[in-house]
Design a protein around this ligand. Structure first.
Ligand code: F6R
Length: 609
């Protein structure tokens, strides 16, 4: 949440700052700002409410110049959306951009006000910058020491970059509970919350670790760990290309990411196949094999879309592997007394690997009696991956649209392959593994062919775009798919959409049914379809507007519209049935004209609790 970019170079960096901060808009887009030190050593600060485009407009025709600077895009936490609350914040010669939350900011603010500091914003960030200024004034020591002494007084999670007009050759970066990556250039260096902001200037990166403080100069970088000792951090060569972060022929990233799914699914499957005949997780060694052999319970924790993927896997763990599995929303997992089941293994799921709720749940789980823990993430250098015993990657590629799509389907692929591998290890035979590999291999093409149906989905979407409410129903393993479909609609079209297990409707929500209530029912032909048909009749009898996704001919009433689905094996049906729901949500939002990639009030990576 919130995006930071900064640079210390030998050239004018205004265009770099604007272009790069725009790449981080997915992290927050309430307001944005930048600060540069110009050739006269003066600070130039420009801030604007709204998207980065507003900031770009403000910088036009200003002939800005600076070789060192910081920029920020904000997702408001402390203080409403206003110009005053927009970063960078300044205290005399010190400027700061910050991502995260300072829990004891009120107390520190009162202290600093007593020392004579006047606050111009409601943010916790302004508290930090005044605190650093006060520490330096008090001791007369270096900015680095002032930063270090201030950090000791802060309680919360943060990453920040500090710039000083009294010392224009360096930036100080601090990383604690929120990611920061240094991009290495030739006689220039960069900092950002995510490497995608830096792909147009470098391919070499250093990920700061929890508690690191870095001094970044054009030709040199020095990193101190939380004990204030100098450390060397690994340089990573990224194979991501700047083009990967572009929309290409698509209007929105979400559209691109939906249509990329056959490829991202295929990439993920291939990554975990050996000779196309067996599942091979390079990252999981003897230790995990032993755990898989003996585990008797799985606990999965995640948020939002990742939580829905985890819910699907519960059905796979229980029905295919016969292993009891509990799934919980991360913020709830860390809000109660926990009883750990016997021989339980802990799994987290997170596209970004930075979701604060999920990270906190992992930290709690690590202190409990689990056999071990595993993270499934799309981000190889994320905090979750670094803090977990081991990890599996989803290989979805960069996902920029705030509403998750390809990360969901690739999470399902990894989870299904994991369930399958555990079955093979426990049963010491691999018939199921062979069967599932076959089913998985044909999935990408089935999805590709299905995209031809998008016209039909667009027509349904047009009819639904003026509705105020929608219901999504699913039974068994399709219930989490109904939940995910409803979440997609809510997020990007702002239509109130709820999901229910089909059988639960008659226990209350049936009262909502009338001719204004569209009901989307996921009903693949399986052992549950006869029960679902009864639910469909109950809705039809009450005048509900019904849309069914099914591969079965359902002739209950003329009023029912059916989106005919091709046959798909029951095991992978949830991975397939989410595709029409993603498209439906996308085309509803397109008809409504909302900002699909940046829905109001949201941000992609939620790094606050
Ligand atoms: C929904 C969505 C969110 C995320 C949730 C968890 O489209 O994107 O609900 O799924 O914030 O994010 P990760 O997976 O990064 O932990």
């Amino acid at each position: 949440m919130c995006g930071i970019v900064a640079a210390v170079t030998q050239r004018n960096i205004i265009n770099f700052l604007l272009k790069s901060i725009q790449k981080l808009e997915y992290r927050g887009y309430d307001s944005s700002g930048l600060a540069l030190i110009n050739s006269n050593n003066h600070l130039i600060r420009i801030r604007s409410v709204g998207k980065v485009n507003e900031l770009i407009k403000k910088t036009k025709n200003k002939k800005l110049f600076g070789k060192i600077g910081v920029a920020h895009t904000r997702w408001a936490t402390h203080g409403r959306v206003s110009k005053e609350n927009t970063h960078p914040h300044v205290s005399s010669h010190i400027t700061i951009v910050h991502n995260g939350i300072i829990n004891n900011s009120l107390e520190l603010r009162l202290f600093l006000e007593k020392k004579g500091y006047i606050f111009n914003s409601d943010t916790d960030t302004e508290v930090i910058v005044h605190l650093i200024h006060w520490e330096q004034k008090k001791t007369g020591k270096s900015l680095l020491e002032a930063v270090y002494n201030s950090l000791i007084k802060l309680n919360g999670n943060y990453s920040m970059v500090i710039m000083d007009t009294n010392n224009i050759s360096k930036l100080i970066a601090v990383c604690s509970g929120s990611p920061l990556v240094i991009g290495l250039g030739s006689k220039e260096n960069f900092i950002a919350s995510d490497q995608i902001a830096l792909l147009n200037v470098t391919k070499r990166f250093i990920y700061l670790k929890e508690g690191d403080i870095a001094i970044i100069k054009p030709e040199k970088i020095k990193i101190f760990n939380k004990k204030y000792l100098i450390v060397n951090r690994k340089i990573i060569h990224s194979n991501l290309k700047y083009e990967h972060s572009k929309k290409g022929k698509y209007k929105y990233y979400m559209e691109k990411e939906i249509y990329e799914q056959p490829m991202s699914i295929e990439n993920t499957i291939k990554n975990y196949l050996k000779n196309n005949t067996s599942i091979y997780f390079k990252k999981l060694g003897k230790k995990e094999k032993n755990i898989f052999l003996h585990l008797e319970h799985i606990q999965i924790v995640a948020c939002g879309t990742s939580y829905h993927a985890a819910m699907v896997s519960k059905y796979w763990f229980e029905s295919l592997a016969n292993i009891p599995c509990d799934v919980e929303v991360a913020s709830e997992f860390s809000s109660r007394k926990l009883v750990v089941r016997k021989k339980s293994y802990f799994i987290t799921l997170s596209q970004s690997g930075e979701t604060a709720d999920t990270l906190i749940a992992l930290r709690i789980a690590k202190k409990l009696n689990y056999l071990g823990n595993l993270a499934i993430s799309n981000m190889p250098n994320s905090s979750l991956v670094q803090e977990s015993d081991t990890f599996l990657l989803t290989h979805a590629g960069i996902e920029i649209g705030v509403a998750s799509t390809k990360s969901f389907t690739t999470q399902l692929i990894v989870l299904l392959m994991l369930v399958t591998k555990i079955i093979s290890i426990k049963q010491k035979k691999n018939q199921i593994e062979k069967k599932i590999i076959k089913i998985l291999t044909i999935l990408p093409n089935t999805i590709k062919n299905f995209f031809e149906k998008n016209k039909e989905i667009k027509n349904i979407a047009k009819k639904l775009s003026n509705k105020k409410n929608m219901l999504f129903l699913g039974r068994g393993i399709q219930y989490p798919i109904a939940m995910e479909g409803a979440l997609k609609v809510k997020e990007i079209s702002y239509i109130h959409a709820e999901a229910y297990p089909s059988g639960e409707l008659k226990h209350g929500p049936l009262a909502l049914i009338d001719s204004n209530m569209p009901v989307i029912i996921i009903a693949p032909k399986n052992s549950l379809i006869e029960k679902t048909k009864k639910n469909i009749q109950e809705i039809d009898a009450r005048g509900g507007v019904i849309y069914i996704l099914s591969d079965e001919e359902i002739n209950i009433s003329k009023n029912i519209k059916i989106l005919k689905m091709p046959y798909i094996d029951e095991i992978v049906a949830p991975i397939f049935y989410i595709i029409p729901l993603q498209l439906l949500a996308y085309y509803i939002a397109l008809s409504k004209g909302t900002n699909i990639d940046q829905p109001r009030n949201l941000a992609k990576s939620v790094t606050v609790e």
